[in-house]
Write a protein that binds this ligand. Structure first.
Ligand SMILES: [Zn+2]
Length: 349
């Protein structure tokens, strides 16, 4: 049904784009390169989880596949291709993600993708592959992918998503075009978050401080109670170092939240290292936990802080890799290690 009279039907209908407003400029730049023929066939899309990277890849793929892309700024939503995309059955769109229960994208998935990309397009337009997490490929998959990046079929686009550049092998990086999503206007993001929440809160401000490049992560952190729990946890760590709380009791208390705790510890470390170096309270992002940060910095020497930092990174990378590790005992060891550091690496007043 059209809102327009029959005489005035627009040539191309338009649909509301799902692109986040802060990613609009990057989208337009890439679209411009696509139109002028200067876009590389492999686009390495770099952006923090929570910046809307998936939505960006999704919108761009949809637009490239749209039969009216030369006339519209975002996919029209009305052509056959758009309908196929909407119903998740576009034969020329190849999203590639980790299958349920797996920790990596299987090399067979990649081989199947590559062989599909070598065939001609079903809808006589473009073929688009969207790899949601390049870091989830293994070495064999990278090798298989390289050939496609080096000798692409015409009208073929590979979107390779990553959260961190160092997670992508140099061979892949050098054979693709880097597009980095980033946010410069923090005030606009703050206003957007406040608008969605309905009002401003200290938790929102804190969350945005902690995740300046990830509005969705910040929103989640502020709204799901994490901001409050994170604050309590950091005070518990200060009490642990002051020997006011036993390590094993704290390990048990926080075990259900261990993944979040590791993230919070990393956020805490950022403040600790900065404060230890500058002694400037204004630089502390975890404003509500300023006292705890000062207590911890008063106990641990700089060397002790660095040792703790290494240990946290170690545990976090085990969690991220979903390594078969006894999480409970690693978590206990980390907290016991904290108390040992407090004895061995005491700051001399
Ligand atoms: Zn369309």
């Amino acid at each position: 049904m059209s809102l327009f009279g029959d005489e005035d039907l627009p040539i191309v209908a338009t649909r509301e784009s799902e692109l986040d407003f802060w990613n609009q400029t990057s989208f337009e730049q890439l679209a411009q390169q696509f139109r002028s023929g200067s876009m590389h066939h492999g686009v390495l899309l770099l952006g923090a989880d929570g910046i809307g990277r998936d939505a960006f890849a999704d919108e761009f793929a949809r637009w490239v596949l749209c039969q009216n892309h030369s006339e519209v700024e975002s996919a029209c939503g009305d052509c056959k291709s758009c309908h196929l995309y909407e119903s998740q059955s576009h034969p020329d769109y190849y999203p590639l993600a980790i299958e349920d229960g797996k920790t990596q994208i299987a090399v067979d998935q990649v081989r199947q993708l590559i062989s599909s990309l070598q065939e001609s397009a079903h809808q006589s337009g473009w073929k688009v592959a969207n790899i949601h997490q390049v870091s989830a490929l293994n070495q064999n998959s990278y090798n298989a992918l390289l050939k496609t990046l080096e000798e692409p079929q015409p009208k073929t686009l590979l979107i390779l998503q990553t959260e961190q550049l160092q997670q992508v092998p140099a061979t892949i990086r050098s054979r693709s075009q880097l597009l980095s999503l980033s946010i410069s206007d923090q005030e606009a993001i703050q206003a957007w978050l406040e608008d969605r929440k309905g009002h401003s809160t200290d938790d929102l401000t804190l969350a945005l401080n902690l995740f300046p490049q990830a509005p969705y992560k910040a929103e989640d952190f502020a709204n799901n109670g994490d901001a409050f729990k994170c604050g309590e946890f950091i005070f518990d760590i200060a009490f642990l170092l002051e020997a006011k709380e036993p390590a094993l009791a704290l390990a048990e208390k926080w075990l259900p939240d261990v993944e979040d705790c590791c993230l919070w510890m990393q956020l805490m470390m950022r403040d600790l290292l900065l404060f230890a170096q500058t002694n400037n309270k204004d630089l502390i992002a975890l404003k509500g936990q300023q006292e705890a940060i000062e207590i911890i910095c008063g106990i641990l020497s700089n060397q002790g802080l660095l040792q703790l930092n290494d240990k946290i990174i170690e545990l976090r990378s085990l969690i991220m890799k979903k390594s078969p590790v006894n999480l409970s005992s690693s978590w206990q060891s980390l907290l016991i290690y904290c108390t040992q550091l407090a004895q061995k690496f005491r700051r001399i007043a």
